[in-house]
Design a protein around this ligand. Structure first.
Ligand code: UFG
Length: 351
């Protein structure tokens, strides 16, 4: 009886893309924070076994719908079946920068139609709060660092980047017409690492595009060597600088943003926050941090610049620190350690 009452009192959050990398870590933080989580994901870039990982950490398997968010009719049925949905966190999207250049229409259709369907569901099913996954990619190469939310949005380097810019604008304009609704766009810097339990982590399909999975896969012997894309940049050691933050810290920011909206704490019905550590780390420093915590000497070589890379960016996260009461705290060394633990876990699972 107490269990039934407790579950009735829980706020229900639909997490699209909830079996993905950031989505799954956020599902864990939501569940441990007392929310009821319902995941919608078409498993395009994730695996159903992630639900097992979430259960292993939290003791709860979230309800799961295998559904493409572009299928509006089916989405409508899901929202009808779920009844009152207090909030939506919308992660589901295609996210490979290079692939988006080759398949622009697929990226625009998938990322924007799914978002517009979600916005329509909010209206027709009376769900009033939305968190959107955006990216620091919207800033391009800023003139001044660190970047604040007031820094100008620059021309994107890829269709993927434009889907994030357009997504933000679609939400902003939709919220302007719906005073009783709330939304936030969270501009992520570079999320890395895995859950400290190693029950969930990043599962890149094929050859990883991102630095940290490439480092750990090289260290474990799946890749021959890491190529460092350029050491001729105008940075202290010549390699690119990014703001790496741990995925669990990032996940916690979603819970903080959601609670603030649901508790009526928003200062406007559409807000934007940078989510980063506020610290720039070079590619060579990231490699050194990995080598230090793993004890593995990484096989890497320096090669030419990667097309579309920006030289340096890091966040001013003070707005999120102040308004969300959130701060990224996990160091790059700890993050590398969790990424390494996860890579080893995957290896042991596979063998
Ligand atoms: N890098 C290498 N070798 C590799 C992979 C990456 O040297 O094999 C370097 C990159 O050149 C870059 C840094 O490591 O300097 C980080 O690269 P990632 O690919 O990990 O991350 P990006 O900053 O390029 O991209 C991330 C997200 C994108 C998002 C972008 C916004 O993955 O989704 O930030 O800037 F669009």
């Amino acid at each position: 009886m107490a269990d039934i009452l407790e579950s009735l009192m829980k706020k229900k959050v639909i997490v699209t893309g909830g079996t993905g990398y950031i989505g799954s870590h956020t599902a864990v933080e939501l569940i441990t924070g007392g929310f009821e989580v319902v995941i919608i994901d078409n498993l395009y870039n994730s695996d159903i076994s992630v639900l097992e990982g979430i259960r292993a950490i939290t003791g709860i398997t979230p309800k799961f719908y295998d559904n493409d968010l572009c299928d509006r009719k089916r989405l409508d049925e899901i929202f009808t079946a779920e009844g009152k949905v207090d909030a939506i966190i919308h992660f589901a999207a295609y996210k490979a920068v290079g692939e988006s250049v080759r398949k622009p229409l697929e990226y625009y259709r998938n990322n924007l139609v799914s978002l517009m369907n979600i916005l329509e569901m909010m209206e027709s099913h009376n769900s009033h709060a939305l968190v959107f996954s955006s990216s620091c990619t919207v800033y391009g190469q800023p003139d001044t660092l660190p970047v604040t939310e007031a820094s100008p949005v620059r021309e994107a380097a890829s269709p993927y980047g434009y889907t994030k810019q357009a997504g933000e604008i679609i939400i902003r304009d939709t919220m302007a017409s719906r005073p009783s609704h709330n939304a936030v766009s969270l501009r992520y810097f570079n999320p890395i690492g895995a859950h400290p339990t190693a029950f969930i982590g990043e599962l890149p399909r094929g050859v990883p595009e991102n630095l940290v999975p490439y480092i750990t896969q090289t260290a474990i012997g799946l890749r021959e060597e890491l190529k460092v894309f350029g050491t001729d940049y105008d940075t202290p050691d010549g390699s690119c600088i990014r703001d790496y933050l741990h995925v669990v810290d990032l996940a916690k920011a979603h819970v903080a943003a959601l609670k603030r909206m649901l508790d009526g704490g928003s200062k406007a019905n559409y807000e934007v926050f940078n989510l980063g550590m506020g610290k720039g780390v070079s590619v060579l420093e990231a490699i050194a941090a990995f080598e230090k915590v793993s004890g593995v000497k990484l096989n890497y070589s320096i090669t030419g610049r990667r097309a579309g890379d920006i030289e340096k960016i890091w966040a001013d996260p003070s707005l999120a620190n102040r308004e969300l009461g959130w701060m990224a705290e996990i160091t790059i060394e700890e993050a590398m350690e969790t990424a390494w633990r996860w890579e080893n876990k995957l290896k042991n699972k596979g063998s």
